[in-house]
Design a protein around this ligand. Structure first.
Ligand code: FE2
Length: 369
């Protein structure tokens, strides 16, 4: 058995009933003032914001709510949040919501502590000062952003690009799946598919290791039976199923943090940017093709993930075929644009076979041309 691995996870992850309401001690330790980075609705609807405010007030911590984060957060918005945090004298930042607010909060911490970095410069300029300490609280089951050192932002030109490294980890993650209970069905499916894609892509990534594959398998074992439930559009997930899905998204996040993503994520960004397809679904539409490549490149690994999913190969492929559909048409000129853009995409190189930009363009043509 080749059990070599290297696991870097600097965030302290705490879970348990009412963990946020009971986090007064953590908040007191972090300082006297904080900025809460979030979007317009999920933090309120889920009850997370109420719990955060309760704990902050008990801790005597003053707070400012920066709720301008939209889906696919812009570097400029995060830079604005950083400026506000700096001027407010924030000692720390709390990011709360789905993947977008969590990724944005990571960037806000970097901008806040580094006034010389503006907007898209976050991709290129050296981060001289350590970012503000960050607490992350997720309200969707999919992104795994809570446990990764990656922030996916949208540049001034509208293209998504990630920035990563030790500056992009939370100090604390407060994990309470109850905040996912209010997520609507459509979003739940798309975010679950995102977690599924994280588990599968990182499993076959060239950067995987022994432990990351274990996390991928753990995630697939929890997520696949829940994806099967989604085949019945009237099925409502129980709280236990919601809990399992949320923790599975963290296991997939651990795997992702090591292996990174492959071509489905790289290609999926384009569908989100240009056609508004939700992130999880946009990546998952390419997972059946990815699995075909994975089977060619690593048949043993392929057998292991089928086993971990707890269903047969044909059941898994049928399930993905049913759930991973996007009703869009992409004109040939756009596909040619993608072909050029994807020629330098790292996600292709991280994939298990030599599937490249030309193959990606043909796949998009077959699916959406
Ligand atoms: Fe993702």
């Amino acid at each position: 058995m080749d059990a070599q691995f290297n696991f870097f996870m600097p965030a302290e992850i705490l879970s348990g009933k009412d963990i946020v309401r009971n986090s007064e001690t953590i908040f007191s330790l972090l300082g006297k003032r904080c900025v809460i980075v979030t979007g317009k609705s999920s933090a309120v609807k889920s009850g997370a914001l109420k719990d955060i405010v309760f704990a902050l007030e008990n801790a005597g911590v003053e707070y400012y709510i920066f709720n301008k984060i939209t889906e696919n957060p812009q570097t400029a918005t995060c830079c604005e949040g950083g400026k506000i945090a700096r001027e407010y004298g924030a000692d720390f930042v709390i990011g709360v919501g789905g993947g977008s607010p969590l990724d944005a909060a990571k960037a806000v911490c970097v901008y806040a502590a580094n006034g010389d970095i503006e907007n898209d410069e976050i991709y290129t300029k050296e981060v001289k000062n350590p970012p503000l300490p960050l607490v992350l609280i997720g309200t969707t089951a999919g992104t795994g952003s809570e446990v990764s050192g990656v922030s996916v932002l949208t540049r001034k030109d509208g293209k998504k690009q990630s920035v990563s490294g030790k500056n992009y980890y939370a100090k604390y993650v407060l994990a309470d799946p109850k905040y996912t209970y209010s997520v609507p069905a459509g979003t739940t499916v798309s975010t679950a598919l995102d977690a599924f894609a994280h588990a599968v892509e990182s499993y076959f990534s060239k950067k995987h290791d022994f432990l990351s594959r274990k996390f991928s398998c753990m995630a697939l074992g929890e997520i696949t039976p829940i994806l099967l439930k989604f085949l019945n559009p009237d099925y409502t997930l129980s709280e236990d199923e919601r809990d399992a899905l949320y923790f599975a998204s963290l296991y997939a996040g651990f795997a992702l943090n090591k292996g990174g993503t492959c071509f489905p994520h790289g290609m999926g960004y384009a569908l989100t940017e240009d056609y508004g397809v939700p992130h999880g679904l946009a990546c998952a539409v390419f997972i059946p093709a990815f699995l075909k490549e994975a089977k060619k490149g690593d048949s043993e690994g392929y057998a292991e993930i089928i086993k971990a999913s707890g269903v047969s190969e044909s059941e898994l492929l049928k399930l993905l075929e049913s759930l991973c559909k996007a009703d869009i048409t992409i004109p040939i000129e756009k596909i040619e644009e993608y072909r050029v853009r994807w020629a330098t995409l790292k996600n292709f190189k991280n994939s298990p076979t030599d599937f490249g930009a030309d193959d990606g363009a043909s796949l998009v043509y077959n699916l959406f041309g």
